[in-house]
Write a new protein. Structure first.
Length: 299
């Protein structure tokens, strides 16, 4: 299986929308997909479950991390859910979507994991450095996960310990970004943090990691009447090109109404019922993005 982390330091860039729709389209094409929500805001979780249906009794990845911290972790597959609405659509096509849901308490988990390594600097000399960083990677080695084609991880907009466990577990990394100055500003810094973690980890680990940054996906694109991106957005994209970070050819246009409606129906846009021309265009863009994702990840 291929494990892909979706991350950007800046929130509100369409990270969850991208993760949910690529996962849904992969499943619609007959693949078995696991979505992992590591963002305490739980937006990916609520893309497939209405808040009133997601009661406190449901187990989340929070409880799994707490078990790991207390050295009594249960197998991770016991926390996997099967969202009803999306699987009713994709299972007749041979696909399946499972979800490891998030919880607001993941914020405290970050602090607890850091404390296990002696504080916020994640000292690599600490004897628990490798077990903590490999927590998620090792859990995904369980044979219960062997049947998945893709694992997509929706990371929090930070580079704290939970996010670091996702990167160590990943084969690929995608960075969604709005084509504006503030959203693109931190992309090069994020690449440096990724490189730093890889070098630090590989300097002491017997098994090396090399998660590949396969590209920036531009989201929430606004189009002018002449069919071109707005000038200010094109200028921001030029900045990304200058620092030589790969960029997906396909972008995703801005349509807040469609995103909101998809969340309310617990069904991503790419699988939602037919809509107006703008929604159909967005659906086409997401399908093309998924095809490019498959090509770049070589699944």
């Amino acid at each position: 299986m291929s494990v892909v982390s979706v991350i950007n330091y800046k929130g509100g860039v369409g990270k969850t929308t991208l993760t949910a729709n690529i996962g849904a389209e992969l499943a619609a094409r007959g693949r078995k997909v696991l979505l992992v929500d590591l963002d305490p805001q739980a937006s990916l979780t609520f893309s497939f479950y209405r808040p009133q249906d997601f009661t406190e009794e449901k187990l989340t990845i929070l409880q799994w991390f707490q078990g790991f911290i207390n050295q009594r972790a249960e197998p991770l597959h016991r926390f996997v859910l099967t969202p009803r609405e999306i699987n009713a659509v994709v299972q007749p096509r041979g696909g399946q979507v499972h979800l490891l849901p998030a919880h607001l308490g993941l914020i405290e988990v970050d602090l607890d994991l850091a404390a296990m390594l002696g504080g916020a600097r994640f000292l690599k000399q600490h004897p628990r450095y490798l077990p903590v960083h490999r927590a998620l990677a090792d859990a995904l080695l369980d044979q219960e996960f062997a049947g998945y084609d893709s694992v997509l991880i929706d990371c929090a907009p930070n580079f704290n310990m939970v996010t670091r466990t996702a990167i160590v577990a990943s084969d690929h990394v995608i960075v969604p970004a709005r084509p504006d100055y503030l959203s693109t500003l931190g992309i090069d810094y994020l690449r440096a943090r990724l490189t730093g973690l890889i070098e630090e980890y590989n300097s002491i680990a017997p098994d090396q990691i090399n998660p590949e940054l396969i590209g920036v996906v531009y989201t929430m694109v606004q189009w002018a009447s002449n069919g071109q991106w707005l000038t200010s957005q094109r200028d921001s994209v030029t900045n990304t090109t200058e620092i030589e970070i790969p960029v997906f050819r396909q972008s995703m246009r801005d349509n807040k109404t469609a995103v909101t409606a998809a969340g309310a129906s617990s069904l991503p846009i790419v699988l939602a019922p037919p809509g107006n021309t703008t929604i159909e265009t967005l659906r086409y863009e997401l399908q093309q993005l998924t095809s490019e994702f498959l090509a770049r990840t070589r699944i």
